[in-house]
Design a binder for this molecule. Sequence first.
Ligand code: SF4
Length: 449
Amino acid sequence: MNVTTLPKPPRVGLVSLGCPKNLVDSERIMTKLRGEGYDMSADYAGADVVLVNTCGFLDSAKEESLEAIGEAIAENGRVVVTGCMGKEAEVIRERFPDVLAITGAHEYEQVVGAVHEAAPMPANAFLNLVPESGLKLTPRHYSYLKISEGCNHRCAFCIIPHLRGDLVSRRPDAVLREAEKLIAAGTKELLVISQDTSAYGVDIRHQPRMWKGEEVRAHMTDLARELGKLGAWVRLHYVYPYPHVDNIMPLMAEGLVLPYLDIPFQHASPNVLRAMRRPANDAKVLQRIRSWREQVPHLAIRSSFVLGFPGETEEDVSYLLAWLEEAQLDRVGAFKFEPVEGAPATSMDLQVPEDLKQERFERVMALSARISAEKLQRKVGSMIDVLIDAVDAKSGGATGRSKADAPEIDGEVHLRDAGGLTAGDIVSVRVEDADEHDLFGVPLEFVPA
Ligand code: SF4
């Protein structure tokens, strides 16, 4: 009989101070750590790291917290501080410079991340029931990376802020740590998502955090740059065209971020955009798209549009069609306006009849399909990088995506003679043909001489 000797999991000591809310936080943190395989230690001596969950409600509570940190440092030496006193990190650092990490109240993700760093879990399938990169519902080679939750806007057709509340951004170091783990687990493409990626960090005043010895602001540009340095493809979704999006172009030109922007314009007519209460409703958007393309010639822009919003007129639709012709977007998704319970647009006057919505939708789809086909046709004969999503052993072919294609929503690249490739490979492909949405090609290694 084979007997497997399990490595000992790291042990975490806990000192929980303060009110019941703090206790619940401690329970949550410990539940998460136990779920990951960590053991608890009842004393300082047996702990690989000690977590001190502090209280800062009164001066006396602060002093008690500082004493508890001091005792943990003296008895064990490896200490992570969390809780209300996290707001006064300088006070703690001044008195105890050896503290490993300080996080604030309710920052579960950060405190658990600090424990991972202080006492890493040894790799073992029996201990780590959940892989370090978390459980994923996507294939191994691409991963969604959520950078914030909620939204500060109040678009008339949307109930997301009502359901999920205002914008709450994650700390940049936590996002980067997650990205690094995903890449270590095989991710080749990071898909940055949120409700409004351009607004990332506004709620936390772009507060910087230390990452690999340098400060990184909670700001879309800084985060995109640091993500780009990790070496995977970085694709930005749900970007609103605020002025600072211009600063992403140099990152694309440098190859740190994919030349791709998913911008949910939803309409082009100023009247409709105003009625929709859309953010970044800027009349000069076409000019900016032109300037972006001058800096990043292969920039692919995808967007979505709503047809038949209450009050939309024939002039608004003509405006949109002319705008689309000018903007030459690479990918367009169109939707017919649907009244959602609780959204202000649902009770607006001048609702558009269904048959008119359908007719407008079809016009936009037909124009977009033509533009897409023309743009893809111009790629025939060129070389592009393709990330392989699936291989078909029977036919010897494979399906993948270029830098211009996000999974599920954009087109694909169909490869012939792709034997030997596996999902997650990135190969150079010569484009041989195109249709309205997809490209067809052959991997470079297989191009006949
Ligand atoms: S549609 Fe508007 S309100 Fe809804 S999530 Fe997007 S930006 Fe926020």
